[in-house]
Design a protein around this ligand. Structure first.
Ligand code: SF4
Length: 51
């Protein structure tokens, strides 16, 4: 079974005390205006929903 570790605590699917995403799977998307090659500006979680 896949485990998605995530520390985005503003997301409704985040379980901050476990550092986990509660979803079975997620969609990872490219950020808009990327091309920097830096991880923090190239990818983001497309399944994020504000808590
Ligand atoms: S949906 Fe994405 S941002 Fe939200 S907890 Fe899961 S992995 Fe983290």
């Amino acid at each position: 079974m896949q485990k998605i570790k995530c520390s985005v605590c503003s997301c409704m699917y985040n379980e901050p005390n476990k550092n986990l995403c509660a979803l079975k799977d997620i969609q990872v998307c490219p950020c808009t205006d990327c091309k920097s090659g830096a991880p923090e500006t190239e990818t983001c979680c497309g399944s994020y929903k504000k808590a």
